[in-house]
Design a protein around this ligand. Structure first.
Ligand code: ATP
Length: 236
């Protein structure tokens, strides 16, 4: 089992410092949240972990391997799944084809078939709509599809960027329940969210990012009760 260890990560876009000295660990089976306001640096942190934006300093290790030397395709093989912000499903392809594309880094075999079945068990609506074009799905169904596609490669660690974005409260509940179930099955999660309450429900610990830096860390239950967090991030 592999831990994700992010040490002293920094990301710059030209003159803009988006992420500064961010360090955290996601241990096997653990579920960690990154919360913060718009522009706090959450997406940049996740994209830097995936090697989708260059790190200006710091290291990212997974299972003792330096991910700085691993191409994104190789990360899937190492057991990292990624659900990007905005879902990015292939609108012109059927639901099942979208899911199968998640298996591109592995050989198609009986294990892939059983993972497809387990995605349909997690999100029955995807099974019912397997022949429909992904572009015809609702936003919530597309989010399920994006999560399902990442699960097909059987990750040990799943990174999710704002899975609740733009969804109705009812669909947020469906996504929340699915993530809790995956967590109970032993999947490690790194969840980026603006929805702090949702994040506290799913994760065991969280980092609060402000202006690219870690402003607070702690157990999700302690942060949920913190007066500053309640005021700024929960609006209570
Ligand atoms: P959001 O919830 O809006 O996605 P975030 O916490 O994920 O916010 P980032 O998207 O990581 O934050 O942005 C962090 C900072 O970096 C912001 O000031 C943003 O304007 C800036 N930024 C992000 N992407 C780029 C880019 N490609 N070029 C220049 N600046 C960028």
């Amino acid at each position: 089992m592999s831990s994700l260890v992010v040490d002293n990560l920094a990301v710059r876009y030209g003159g803009v410092s988006a992420v500064r000295s961010v360090s955290f660990t996601v241990s096997p089976g653990e579920s960690v949240g990154l919360i913060g306001a718009n522009g706090a640096g959450k997406t940049s942190t996740l994209r830097a972990v995936m090697g989708l934006v260059p790190r200006s300093s710091g290291t990212v290790m997974f299972g003792g391997r330096d991910l700085g030397r691993v191409p994104t395709r190789g990360m899937v093989r190492l057991g990292i799944g990624y659900v990007p912000e905005g879902r990015h499903v292939f609108a012109g392809l059927p639901v099942e084809k979208n899911l199968l594309l998640g298996a591109y880094a592995s050989r198609w075999d009986a294990a892939c078939r059983s993972r497809l079945d387990s995605v349909y068990a997690l999100f029955p609506v995807l099974g019912e709509m397997r022949g429909r074009l992904a572009g015809a799905l609702s936003g919530g169904q597309q989010q399920m599809l994006a999560i399902g596609r990442a699960l097909i490669s059987r990750p040990a660690l799943l990174l999710l960027d704002e899975p609740s974005m733009g969804l109705s409260p009812k669909l947020v509940e469906v996504i929340c329940a699915a993530l809790q179930r995956l967590r109970a099955d032993g999947l490690s999660l790194l969840l980026v969210e603006q929805n702090a309450m949702l994040t506290f429900e799913i994760t065991s610990s969280c980092l609060v990012l402000e202006n690219g830096s870690v402003a607070m860390t702690g157990s999700s239950s302690a942060l949920r009760d913190d007066p500053r967090v309640r005021k700024i991030y929960l609006g209570l």
